[in-house]
Design a protein around this ligand. Structure first.
Ligand code: SF4
Ligand code: SF4
Ligand code: SF4
Ligand code: FES
Length: 947
């Protein structure tokens, strides 16, 4: 589309069912009660001049530009703060109003630099537009004192703050408070002296509490807060709506372009997942797409000790096909496999699993979702019948009690966290179950009623003790359970949880959670109104990950918290398309739509469509592929968009598996750690360079649209297709919409999905089919998908990973806001200013016992390996627990994680590793070598780029 700013109705939409009819400028308009006069006018196409109002924020009424006249009322009320009334007669354009507005605007402009022609926002500035709208042509005042000439704050890597252009409308302050919930900005001083300040502790944005979400920049009607890229490149000429490629919130953005250059990503107000908000990653951290280290030409080598050789696409694909054929002929078809990526589109993921099943003739396909949310699939399918969360994000607005377990949404799912915090500020209660004192436990205007700081690895015990409290204190919603769940299974479960050994008191020694706290939290969840559970990888990445998911489902069913708005069980998905990768048949035992490969009818459907015979036996999971490789029977792998060496547990095991293979094909943006073991490198494309869809944590399928030509020449689905063709498969897709059509034909929950519908409706939440033609925002409304809800007895089984004299501390891992997963993208952006390295959090007592201070290098060792990193001493972690992020390859936190995994799904037990921490002189030898390698690779890349 050509460039049009997003529409702005001035004030938020009202939600009342009651309708009010009034007259504006002689025209009748009917709007919901509670609508402002300004919005009612906008909805009928009349735009009233405004500066301090915008429809993402509640009205403030400070600029006095939006004055109107209303019959029967004295004065000229502000239309943004005046609600409509029945029969009201409003005039928006009268000589009196025009004069008043011109006068107000003249005062603003008299204290504003008159540099429009050279200003970065020229042509994209509300102040400029409104000056035109009120007919201001010259300024008569010469103020004695002005704000002109104040110094700019350019500390933030992505946006500038120029106070000389500020009109103190406070839209930025309100955006930070109301939308983002960080409360980083204040208006300091009064009257003429009032100015916007980024917090008390610092006089600049970078040093303040600001988390760089960009909400204030978006809200600013002047060029006071402006993206550096707009200043550098110029204002945008066109916009394309697409979906963020970072986390599972699935924010939609307008990619605003000038020529082939991306100027900025602006959150799309109509996006149903983000409702016009963003975090620093989606909003600003897209520079990696043009990073000089991106590999744009295919490369091959005979062995991993040889240097890479650039070749043409045809040669690379022919070589790959010949190697795959050779290996299949020599070792048998089971020697080959593939890995799909939760970062790629549904269509790309679908093609990779099709390539493995139809091309290799086996089911050796797995996905990086294995290492994060596979227990969600297993647990929710078993209990409810569907491998997905139950709610849409809007649902949180109706929650009364929010239970967050094993998730850190302010860092991991920031835009959803902002929505959740908004609900909490309005009075919902909060229970946090986490070994660490995450930001959510206490942040401005929010304090958790209960923080159960459990011992890592004891989720099941805590949830069972909560269930014990609910059952034994008579807090079960028996009517719901009798109607909706299997009553016999419920009774078995109820008698199990009621056993004295499962009481909070009996389990306190294991969980380290005071029994009284745990009981109080359980009572609150069961009796506090609509109770919603949100969880993350702190639930799934455990040896009892699947049990924990089922224990969560048990709690929700026992309390009747399923099947309506405000309640539910909601996995917060890590990567952008974890849900989609699972939906698309990426697991070795399931075809798209979670149908078992052994089911003959499902296989027949796919066999007819694909014209091949499918293997009925489930294939190998990632760890089994690596085991089989070290055993000498698995020889070739195609890995799209995943760095298993860095993201999978026990790095040494992954490395030896890869080293044992004869053909490793890595298809990615950068030469990642896994590529050190690759023989063929196929350059990948970024989300900005491709068409397709992602499915977020709400089961929301959203379009990904190509905004620029792929620098490597091809979208990823095209590369997979070319590889398939080189292997002799007869694939002829010309657009990903045809792949989605095939998915819809083969997958009942996607039956009603097409690119055309997505273009028209923006997004669709599966299931979309005959029984749910408009999609399914809330699941299990009239009954569970599996019929009766299934209670599952979840006995607590301690992990085999134990602390002892050699490894007395428990390590748990997580993410930080500015970085994403192994950091391949975010480390190649200016986000590094917030997180240059992974740090080890250690409690003051444990630190003192070891003579460790903040900033010291420490050795982190486990039974699997060791690494070094710097320590930070903090009470965020309990004594006995240490924590680190895993974003930097130099740390390689997974060197120390073990091979233990979830009993049902093999999801690695990342969240519990017994470790020892000791002082260290600095990086280990391999880290130093690695750092040298990286810097020389960077030097070479820079030199090549300069040439
Ligand atoms: S920085 Fe922008 S949004 Fe904030 S008060 Fe100034 S003009 Fe208004
Ligand atoms: S960027 Fe976000 S967090 Fe920072 S000041 Fe603006 S609204 Fe607040
Ligand atoms: S919250 Fe997630 S989806 Fe939204 S902008 Fe941030 S990283 Fe992207
Ligand atoms: S827009 Fe209504 S007072 Fe500013």
């Amino acid at each position: 589309m050509t460039y049009q700013p997003q529409s702005d109705f001035g004030t938020p939409a009202a939600t009342s069912d009651a309708q009010i009819t009034l007259t504006i400028d002689g025209r009748t308009v009917t709007v919901p009660a509670g609508t402002s006069v300004m919005r009612a006018a906008a909805e009928q196409g009349t735009s009233i001049p405004k500066l301090c109002a915008t429809d993402s924020l509640s009205a403030f009424g400070s600029c006095r530009l939006c004055l109107v006249e209303i019959d029967g009322r004295r004065g000229t009320p502000a239309s943004c703060t005046t609600p409509v009334e029945p029969g009201m007669v409003v005039h928006t354009q009268t000589p009196r109003l025009q004069k008043l507005r011109k006068g107000v605007m003249e005062l603003y402009i008299s204290d504003h630099p008159l540099d429009c022609l050279t200003c970065g926002a020229n042509g994209d500035c509300e102040l400029q537009d409104q000056a035109g709208a009120v007919g201001l042509r010259d300024v008569r005042y010469q103020p004695v004192e002005t704000h002109l000439g104040q110094a700019k704050d350019q500390s933030n890597p992505y946006f500038d703050f120029d106070p000389s252009k500020c009109i103190v409308c406070s839209r930025c302050v309100r955006a930070c408070d109301e939308v983002q919930g960080t409360l980083a900005l204040t208006v300091q001083g009064r009257g003429f002296g009032s100015k916007i300040s980024a917090g008390m502790a610092s006089d600049n944005f970078l040093g303040s509490e600001c988390v760089s979400c960009g909400a204030c920049v978006q809200a600013c009607p002047t060029a006071t807060l402006i993206e550096k890229k707009v200043v550098e490149i110029g204002t945008p000429e066109r916009a394309v709506v697409t979906t963020c490629a970072y986390c599972g919130v699935g924010c939609t953005f307008r990619a605003e372009m000038r020529g082939e250059q991306l100027v900025r990503m602006v959150p799309w107000k109509e996006g149903k997942a983000n409702r016009g908000h963003s975090c620093v990653k989606g909003r600003f951290a897209w520079g990696y797409a043009q990073h000089q280290e991106r590999i744009l030409k295919p490369m091959i080598r005979g062995s991993i000790s040889e240097p890479w050789r650039e070749v043409s696409w045809d040669d690379a694909l022919a070589y790959a096909a010949s190697e795959l054929t050779r290996i299949s002929n020599k070792y048998g078809k089971q020697a080959l496999g593939g890995i799909t990526s939760s970062r790629c589109t549904n269509e790309e993921t679908f093609l990779v699993q099709k390539f493995v099943r139809a091309g290799f003739g086996n089911n050796n396909v797995d996905t990086c979702a294995r290492v994060c949310h596979s227990p969600t699939g297993y647990g929710l399918k078993t209990t409810f019948g569907t491998s997905a969360g139950t709610q849409d994000f809007d649902s949180v607005e109706d929650s009364d009690v929010i239970l967050v377990i094993g998730a850190n949404p302010t860092d991991g799912h920031p835009v959803f966290a902002s929505r959740m915090k908004r609900r909490l500020r309005k009075g919902a209660k909060l229970i946090v179950i986490d070994p660490r004192r995450t930001d959510l436990v206490r942040s401005p205007h929010i304090e958790a009623q209960h923080h159960l700081a459990l011992q890592p690895g004891t989720n099941v015990a805590v949830l069972t003790a909560m269930a014990h409290t609910i059952v034994t204190e008579g807090l079960v919603n028996e009517a719901f359970v009798k109607e909706r769940c299997d009553w016999d299974e419920y009774q078995d479960w109820a008698s199990f949880v009621s056993e004295a050994r499962n009481s909070p008191e009996a389990l306190e020694a294991i969980t380290k959670v005071p029994a009284a706290d745990l009981r109080a939290a359980a009572r609150l969840y069961a009796t506090g109104g609509n109770g919603a559970i949100y969880y993350g990888l702190g639930v799934t990445e455990h040896s009892q990950g699947s049990s924990t998911v089922m224990a969560i489902a048990n709690l929700a069913m026992a309390t009747g918290n399923i099947g309506r708005r405000g309640v539910g069980v909601n996995p917060l998905r890590g990567q952008n398309n974890v849900q989609g990768a699972c939906d698309m048949g990426s697991f070795p035992h399931e075809l798209a739509g979670y149908r078992h490969i052994s089911d003959a009818a499902t296989r027949a459907l796919f066999e007819r469509e694909w014209g091949v015979q499918l293997d009925s036996e489930p294939g190998l999971r990632i760890p089994n592929m690596l085991d089989a490789a070290t055993d000498g029977v698995f020889k070739a792998i195609y890995i799209q968009g995943e760095d298993i060496l860095q993201s999978d547990p026990n790095t040494h095991h992954v490395a030896s598996g890869l080293e044992a293979m004869e053909c490793v094909i890595v298809h990615d943006l950068f030469l990642n750690e896994t590529a050190n073991y690759a023989h063929i490198f196929l350059p990948g494309s970024t989300f900005l360079e491709k068409n397709g869809t992602f499915t977020n944590a709400e089961r929301r399928i959203q379009p990904v649209r190509k905004v620029m030509t792929p620098l490597n020449g091809y979208e990823d689905w095209e590369v997979t297709q070319k590889l398939a063709q080189a292997l002799g498969l007869d694939w002829n897709y010309t657009h990903p919409s045809q792949i989605m059509d095939e998915i819809a034909r083969l997958t009942p929950s996607f039956a009603g999905v097409s690119f055309d519908r997505l273009d028209q409706e923006g997004s669709l939440q599966w299931p979309v089919n005959e029984s749910a033609p408009d999609g399914s925002p809330i699941m299990h409304v009239d009954g569970f998908v599996r019929g009766k809800g299934k209670f599952v007895v979840t006995d607590y089984v301690p992990t085999d990973e134990r602390t002892g004299p050699r490894f007395p501390l428990l390590l748990t891992t997580g993410r930080i806001l500015s970085q994403y997963n192994v950091g391949a993208q975010t480390r190649r952006t200016d986000n590094v200013v917030w997180h240059e390295e992974d740090l080890l959090e250690i409690h003051p007592v444990d630190a003192e016992n070891r003579g460790i201070k903040s900033g010291d290098w420490v050795r982190l060792s486990s039974r699997a390996g060791e690494t070094t990193l710097r320590a930070t001493v903090t009470e965020r972690v309990a004594p006995g627990v240490v924590y680190t992020t895993f974003h930097h390859p130099l740390t390689q936190a997974n060197v120390v994680t073990t091979d233990y995994s979830d009993w049902a799904t093999n999801c690695p037990e990342y969240k519990v590793t017994a470790v020892q921490i000791s002082p260290s002189n600095g990086p280990t030898e391999w880290q130093e070598n690695y750092a040298k390698l990286q810097s020389s690779a960077r030097r070479i890349a820079k030199a090549e780029a300069a040439e």
